[in-house]
Design a protein around this ligand. Structure first.
Ligand code: CU
Length: 510
């Protein structure tokens, strides 16, 4: 390194240290802290309206202390680096002047290697103990979870042994065989026996691990094929950003569903003819509306321009901005393109639905009566010790259903049905005893799918079969209203009445 570069490096280092120190000192007048304080309800400068404001999580004194300690460590390390760099520099210059080496660089490196190894291994051990709860899992709430966890532990133990041995050899050899004037290095480039040895042993170990994994995966995936008893099927429907569960109604059959049938009132797209008919009619009306909008774009432009003038008179700048955008969208043809694309999409959907309705065989197999009494819920209730298959479906993009406590994860892909079969072995009540009263099982999304991905979850309740049955009996079927015993306010309408109502609406729309 030439002197100029060194000088620049040193100056940068000093600047960074000063900045860190300044930040450390200014911790007491933290800008964010002031903002939070001002918004807090106790502040006399602000009215009672501020009482509603609750910051997500207030920084505790302990947090502040921890962040100060972290900053102090960073400053300390930087200062030490700076001092050591200078010490070595001075040593080098004295050596040049006196002709004697004052600091033996090899010796320093050699001991640093040893210190790095010891500190590193202690840090690894500390991590295992401190975060061991996460690593050495032993609290699975599903049958296959135990096989899964044991695989994890075996892999972890093996890799830890290999890690410790290789790191020890690496650093110990660097320490023991550091450069010395009395020794000459041995030129040793290749050893066939050694190559074979360290290729074959990892190959065998990895093969065994993979075979065990394959075996376990097979036992999970084929559990439903080998099972002779009653299988519970629950459809898990994913959308941005949430989940819905669908249970079979009294007929015990999950009805058909198709993305083409999805509408505001039929969020899961169940194959229920009256609902699909009213969707068809609605689509036709909306196609007509879009067409009319295209035909009257000139008039729309005039109205927009008038609105703009009004907004200008009122100095309503936000409105002006949005109207201005609309005007330019009409002028440059964007509005027309958008409407035409929207018509195209709806025409395609109408064609697809009508194709199903025209083909007698497809119609009969699609529109069975099974979907009518299906139950759509906002929670998943499962019976302990019963085998359940989740049939996954996605409305929009790829999601991933993740039930960490049951060691279950499966991608949920639009247009590609996926499944997962498992047997819960611990009720929510039992898990609460182990983890505290607040504990709940959840199914999360484990694929970053958009802005509210973090909040995409649905509660899972494990209880006895009779409790599940009782809960299901209280849920309303999707399309037939059933009489509720304990809830007298709900009006009861039988399915034929419902269908009549929907047909009249359909006709009215036509
Ligand atoms: Cu998602």
């Amino acid at each position: 390194m030439n002197t100029k570069v060194k000088q620049i490096f040193k100056l940068t280092l000093v600047a960074v240290i000063i900045l860190f120190a300044a930040n450390l000192i200014s911790g007491s007048v933290d800008i964010q802290g002031v903002a939070e304080e001002q918004l807090s309800a106790d502040n006399p400068w602000f009215g009672t309206a501020e009482k509603e404001y609750k910051p997500g999580k207030m920084e505790t004194e302990e947090d502040v202390l921890h962040s100060r300690i972290n900053w102090a460590i960073i400053v300390f390390v930087l200062l030490m680096t700076f001092i050591l760099a200078n010490v070595f520099d001075i040593g080098k210059y004295t050596a040049r002047i006196t002709g004697r080496e004052t600091v033996n660089q090899n010796n320093v490196n050699r001991w640093l290697m040893l210190i790095f190894m010891i500190v590193g291994i202690i840090a690894v051990a500390w991590e295992y103990v401190y975060h061991g709860e996460l690593i050495l899992l032993n609290d699975s709430s599903s049958e296959h979870g135990f096989a899964y966890d044991s695989m994890f532990v075996i892999t972890l133990v093996l890799t830890t042994i290999v890690f410790i041995v290789t790191q020890f050899l690496l650093f110990w050899f660097s320490f023991k065989y550091a450069h010395s004037e009395d020794r000459k290095a041995l030129y040793y480039a290749h050893n066939n026996r050694l190559e074979v040895f360290w290729t074959i042993i990892p190959a065998i170990v990895l093969t065994l691990l993979i075979l065990r994994g394959h075996q376990t995966w097979k036992s999970i995936v084929y559990a439903r094929d080998n099972y002779k008893g009653k299988m519970h099927h629950v459809e898990i429907f994913a959308y941005q950003f949430g989940w819905k569960a669908r249970y079979a109604g009294e007929d015990g059959i999950l009805g058909n569903a198709d993305y083409k049938f999805i509408s505001g009132k039929n969020e899961l797209g169940l194959a229920y003819e009256p609902e699909v008919d009213s969707l068809l009619a609605e689509l036709k009306v909306r196609i007509q509306q879009d067409q009319t909008a295209i035909d009257t774009l000139d008039r729309t432009l005039k109205v927009l321009e008038r609105n703009y003038k009004n907004a200008e008179g009122l100095r309503d700048y936000t409105n002006m901005e949005s109207i201005r955008k609309d005007i330019s969208a009409v002028k440059n043809g964007e509005m027309k393109d958008e409407l035409e694309a929207s018509i195209k999409r709806k025409v395609k959907q109408v064609q697809r639905i009508e194709a199903i309705k025209k083909d007698k065989a497809i119609f009969a197999s699609t529109f069975t009566s099974a979907a009518m009494d299906d139950i759509i819920t906002q929670e998943i209730h499962l019976a302990k010790d019963s085998l359940v298959t989740f049939d996954f479906r996605s409305k929009d993009i790829i999601h991933s259903a993740w039930l960490p406590h049951f060691r279950v994860q499966m991608n949920v892909v639009p247009g590609m049905p996926t499944k997962f079969t498992f047997r819960p072995t611990k009720t929510t009540a039992e898990a609460k005893k182990e983890n505290g009263e607040e504990f709940e099982y959840y199914l999360y999304c484990n694929k970053i799918c958009g802005s509210s991905h973090f909040n995409m979850k649905i509660k899972v309740v494990i209880e006895s079969q009779s409790e599940v049955n009782a809960w299901l009996a209280k849920q309303q079927p999707a399309f037939i209203k059933k009489k509720m015993e304990a809830v007298p306010t709900i009006q009861t309408v039988d399915s034929t009445q419902m269908m009549q109502k929907d047909t009249t609406k359909t006709l009215a729309l036509k």
